[in-house]
Design a protein around this ligand. Structure first.
Ligand code: ADP
Ligand code: MG
Length: 203
C-alpha cells in the first residue's frame, strides 16, 4: 500500500460526504446547528481540488491542512488533525498493519484534541470501534479488503449506537437530555469516511 491508496481513499471519502451531505445536515439540524453536511462537503471538495491540482505534499497531510483551514466548526480541525496525525505516522509505502497503527494514532489525536471519550456521543463513537476492528482484523491476518469491511461495519454500528446517548461534548451537549434520540452527525460522517476505505481498496 502507498500514498496512491491514501489519495483514492480521500477521493472516495469526498464522494461519500457529497452524497451524504443532506443526511448529515439533517442530523446536525436535530441536535446542532445544521451545518455539518455543508461544512464537510465544502472541505472535502477543497481536498479533491488540492489533490487534483497536485498540491505539494503527501495526500493525508495536504487533506488535513485543507480541512483545518477551510472547514468551520468543530469537525474541521478534528478531522484535519486526524488525517495529519495519520499521515505523520505513515511512510510513502506501508503495510496494512502500519496503516492500522496510523489510523489508531489519528483517532488518539482526535480524542486528545477534543478531550472526548467513547460514549460522549461524538465522532469517536464511530472512530474508536473502527480502529479496534481494524487492529483485530490485522492481528487475525485478514487482507485489506476484509479488514476495511470489518472497520466500516464497526464504525456504522458505533454511529448508530449514538442514538440513545446524551451528548457530553460539542454543541449537542448544550441540549442535555434532549440530545438523546438522534444519531450524532460526526459519528455518521466518520462511518462514511471509514466505509470509503472499502471503496478505495476495491479500486
Ligand atoms: P459544529 O458543532 O461546530 O457546528 P460540525 O457540525 O461540523 O461542528 O460537527 C459536529 C460534530 O463534531 C459532532 O457531531 C461531533 O461528532 C463532533 N464533535 C464536536 N465536539 C467534539 C469533541 N470535543 N470531540 C470529538 N468530536 C466532537
Ligand atoms: Mg454543526
Amino acid at each position: 500500500m502507498d500514498d496512491a491508496f491514501c489519495s483514492a481513499w480521500l477521493q472516495a471519502a469526498a464522494r461519500a460526504v457529497a452524497a451524504g451531505r443532506e443526511r448529515l445536515t439533517d442530523l446536525d439540524a436535530a441536535i446542532g446547528d445544521a451545518d455539518h453536511g455543508a461544512n464537510l462537503d465544502r472541505g472535502f471538495t477543497e481536498v479533491r481540488q488540492a489533490l487534483d491540482s497536485g498540491a505539494a505534499g503527501r495526500p493525508l497531510g495536504v487533506a488535513g491542512m485543507t480541512l483545518i483551514r477551510k472547514v468551520g466548526g468543530a469537525s474541521g480541525p478534528l478531522y484535519g488533525s486526524f488525517l495529519r496525525a495519520m499521515g505523520g505516522a505513515l511512510g510513502e509505502s506501508f503495510t496494512l498493519s502500519e496503516f492500522a497503527a496510523a489510523f489508531q494514532a489519528g483517532v488518539s489525536e482526535v480524542a486528545r484534541l477534543g478531550k472526548a471519550a467513547e460514549g460522549d456521543k461524538t465522532m469517536l463513537d464511530a472512530l474508536l470501534p473502527a480502529a479496534r476492528a481494524l487492529a483485530e482484523a490485522v492481528r487475525e491476518g485478514a487482507q485489506a479488503r476484509e479488514a476495511f469491511e470489518r472497520a466500516a461495519r464497526a464504525a456504522g454500528e458505533g454511529a448508530w449506537a449514538t442514538v440513545p446517548l446524551v451528548a457530553r461534548k460539542g454543541r449537542a451537549s448544550y441540549l442535555g437530555e434532549r440530545s438523546a434520540g438522534h444519531e450524532d452527525p460526526g459519528a455518521a460522517s466518520s462511518a462514511l469516511i471509514v466505509a470509503a476505505l472499502v471503496t478505495a481498496v476495491e479500486g
